[in-house]
Design a protein around this ligand. Structure first.
Ligand code: NAD
Length: 536
C-alpha cells in the first residue's frame, strides 16, 4: 500500500497524474494548492505533451522532453508513446537513439538504469539490492561495444537498454516496474570518449578475455539468484562476444540476443512477405548478404532452419546463402573467418561484391554491413537486370549508415524493387505511385517474444521460437500494407502484433515442454491479463 501524500505523490513518476488528479483526490492526498485549478483528463494532457514535443526543433530535444516526461509521469509518457507510436518511435528508438548515445554524457540529466563496472566484481548481487524494484521480468543489457552501426560508445550505449525497455512496455505491455536496463561498463576503446572530460563511463580501456567473461558470468548468475523469472536480452555486443555469450547461455538460462535472433525474425518475416508478391518458396531463392556480422549471420541461420522445414538438408540450405564482407565474397579461401562465417564459406573463387552479384545472381540482397551507400546504382541495376522484382533490404542503422536510401532503390529499379530498410524512410513517389517503404524494425518482434517467454516462465528460448515469431509477424501483414508497397504492418498495430506473437511463442514453448508455469486454461486471457495499461 502506498501512503505517500502531498508533494511526494507529485514527485513519484508512478503515482503522479499531475493536473489529472480529481478534486476528491486533491483533497485526500493533500494536493490542494499544489496544482493549478483546471483538472485535465489524460487525453488533454497527452495533447499538451504532443504539442510540446512538436514544438521542439530537433529530434534530440524531443527525446529529452520525452525522457523527462517518463520521469515525471510514467503513465502519461506511455499513453503518449502508445497513441503516437508512429511519430514517436523514431524519437525514443532508431534513428534518434543513436544520436542520443553519441551525446549521452553531454545531455545526461536523469539517473536511469543500472551500471556495473569492473570495480564491482564480487559485489554484483549485493549491488542489485540497490535497485528499487524486486520483481524484474525483462532485462536489456549491453556493454556498449557496438551500438547500432556506430561502434564502441562505452557507457554512452545506455540509451539502448533504456529505449528498448520503453518499447517492451509501449509495444509489448510489459509493466515498467518489471523492466531493468543494464550497462555492463567494461571500459571503452573509443579514444575520443576517453579524452572527453564529460564522459561518464569507466575511463579505461575495455576489459578483455577471462576477466570480462567472469564479470558477465557474475552478472548472469546474480540475475538468476535475484530474479529467477527474468528474461535477459543481450544487445549491441561486438559480434564475437555476442555469439560467444549466446552460445554459452542460450540453453542454460532465459535469454536471447536481439541483434542476432530478433533481427533474424524481423528480416525473415519481410522475406516471407516478399514471397507473397514474388510467389515461390524460400528454398527457391538465392540470397546474398553484404556484411557477415551478427545481423546477417543471424538472418542466415534462421533462414537455414526455415529452409530445412521446407525439406532441404542443412548443406543444401546453406548453399542458397552467400556472404560478402569487407574483404569480398566469403569463401573457403577467405582469411580470418570467424566461427559463425564458416558454414557459409563456400568452395568458390575469391571476388569482389559486384563480380559476385554478376556471377551468383541473387534474387534477394540483404545489407547488414553498417557501410553506407554500398548499394550503388550499379548494384541496384544489376539486381534489376537479373530479377523482374528484385528484393533488396538495406538494414544498416541508423539512417546515415543505410546501404542505400529507399528513394534510390525505387528510382534505380524503376519502381520494381521490393524494398525494406532498418531505419525509417519517408514515402517515395515513383511513376506517379506513392510507396511507403517498410522498416524491418526489431520492435515488431522482441516485445512479443519477451511477453510470450515470461508469460509461461520459459526455461530458455530455442531458435525455433524466432521462426514462430517471424511467421506470426508475416501473418499480421495485410493486403492493404502490401498494396501500399510496405512489407511490414503499421506501427499503430504494434500492441496487437506483439500480443499475437506472444501467444504464438507461448503456445510453441508449451509444445516443446519449455514452460515452467502450468498451462492456463485460456492462454490468450492469461497473457492479456499481464498487459500494462497506462490509462489512469
Ligand atoms: P558487425 O560489425 O557484426 O558486422 C558488420 C559486417 O559488415 C562485417 O562482416 C564487415 O566485414 C562487413 N562490412 C563492413 N563494411 C563493409 C563494406 N564496406 N562492404 C562489405 N562488408 C562490409 O555488425 P552487425 O551487428 O552485423 O550489424 C550490421 C548492421 O546491421 C548495423 O548497421 C546494424 O545497425 C544493422 N542492424 C539492423 C537491424 C534491423 O534493421 N532490424 C538489426 C540489427 C542490426
Amino acid at each position: 500500500m502506498n501512503d505517500k501524500k502531498g508533494i511526494e505523490v507529485l514527485k513519484d513518476m508512478r503515482l503522479s497524474k499531475s493536473t489529472a488528479f480529481t478534486a476528491e483526490e486533491r483533497e485526500n492526498l493533500g494536493l490542494r494548492g499544489l496544482l493549478p485549478y483546471a483538472i485535465s483528463s489524460q487525453d488533454i494532457q497527452k495533447k499538451r505533451a504532443i504539442e510540446n514535443i512538436r514544438r521542439k526543433e530537433s529530434n534530440i530535444e524531443k527525446y529529452i522532453f520525452l525522457s523527462a516526461l517518463q520521469d515525471r509521469n510514467e503513465r502519461l509518457f506511455y499513453r503518449t508513446v502508445i497513441d503516437y507510436i508512429q511519430e514517436l518511435l523514431p524519437i525514443i528508438y532508431t534513428p534518434t537513439v543513436g544520436e542520443v548515445c553519441q551525446q549521452f554524457s553531454h545531455i545526461y540529466r536523469i539517473d536511469k538504469g543500472f551500471y556495473i563496472t569492473p570495480e564491482d566484481k564480487g559485489d554484483i548481487s549485493t549491488l542489485l539490492d540497490n535497485w528499487p524494484e524486486k520483481d524484474i521480468r525483462v532485462i536489456v543489457v549491453t556493454d556498449g561495444s557496438r551500438i547500432l552501426g556506430l561502434g564502441d560508445l562505452g557507457c554512452n550505449g545506455m540509451g539502448i537498454p533504456i529505449g528498448k525497455l520503453s518499447l517492451y512496455t509501449a509495444g509489448g505491455g510489459i509493466r515498467p516496474e518489471h523492466c531493468l536496463p543494464v550497462m555492463l561498463d567494461m571500459g571503452t576503446d573509443n579514444e575520443s570518449l576517453l579524452e572527453d572530460l564529460l564522459y561518464l563511463g569507466y575511463p579505461h580501456k575495455r576489459l578483455q578475455g577471462e576477466e570480462y567473461d567472469e564479470i558477465v558470468d557474475e552478472f548472469v548468475m546474480a540475475v538468476q539468484e535475484k530474479y529467477p523469472m527474468a528474461l535477459i536480452q543481450f544487445e549491441d555486443f561486438i559480434t564475437p562476444n555476442a555469439y560467444r555469450l549466446l552460445e554459452r547461455y542460450q540453453k542454460k538460462i532465459l535469454c536471447f540476443n536481439d541483434d542476432i535472433q530478433g533481427t533474424a525474425a524481423v528480416a525473415l518475416a519481410g522475406i516471407y512477405t516478399s514471397l507473397r508478391i514474388l510467389g515461390g518458396s524460400l528454398r527457391d531463392q538465392t540470397i546474398m548478404f553484404l556484411g557477415a556480422g551478427s545481423a546477417a549471420t543471424g538472418i542466415a541461420d534462421l533462414m537455414v532452419t526455415a529452409m530445412m522445414e521446407e525439406g532441404l538438408t542443412i548443406e543444401e540450405a546453406r548453399h542458397k546463402l552467400w556472404f560478402v564482407d569487407i574483404n569480398g565474397l566469403v569463401t573457403g579461401e577467405s582469411k580470418n573467418l570467424q566461427p559463425h562465417n564458416k558454414p557459409y564459406a563456400h568452395d568458390y573463387k575469391a571476388m569482389g561484391f559486384i563480380e559476385a552479384l554478376r556471377e551468383i545472381r541473387p534474387s534477394i540482397l540483404i545489407g547488414a554491413s553498417g557501410a553506407k551507400n554500398t548499394f550503388t546504382k550499379e548494384v541496384v541495376e544489376l539486381m534489376s537486370a537479373h530479377n523482374e522484382r528484385p528484393v533488396i533490404f538495406a538494414l544498416s542503422n541508423p539512417t546515415t549508415k543505410a546501404e542505400c536510401t529507399a528513394e534510390d532503390a525505387y528510382k534505380w529499379s524503376d519502381g520494381r524493387v521490393i524494398f525494406a530498410s532498418g531505419s525509417p524512410f519517408g514515402p517515395v513517389t515513383i511513376n506517379d505511385r506513392v510507396i511507403v517503404p517498410g522498416q524491418g524494425n526489431n520492435v515488431y518482434v522482441f516485445p512479443g517474444v519477451g511477453l510470450g517467454a515470461i508469460s509461461v516462465g520459459a526455461r530458455y528460448l530455442p531458435d525455433s521460437a524466432f521462426l514462430v515469431a517471424a511467421r506470426e509477424l508475416a501473418r499480421q501483414i495485410h493486403q492493404s500494407d502490401l498494396d501500399a508497397g510496405t512489407l511490414y504492418p503499421k506501427m499503430t498495430s504494434l500492441r496487437t502484433i506483439s500480443f499475437e506473437i506472444a501467444v504464438a511463442v507461448a503456445t510453441h514453448l508449451y509444445q516443446l515442454d519449455l514452460a515452467t508455469l502450468e498451462k492456463p486454461r485460456n492462454l490468450r486471457a492469461h497473457i492479456k491479463s499481464m498487459i500494462y495499461d497506462p490509462t489512469y
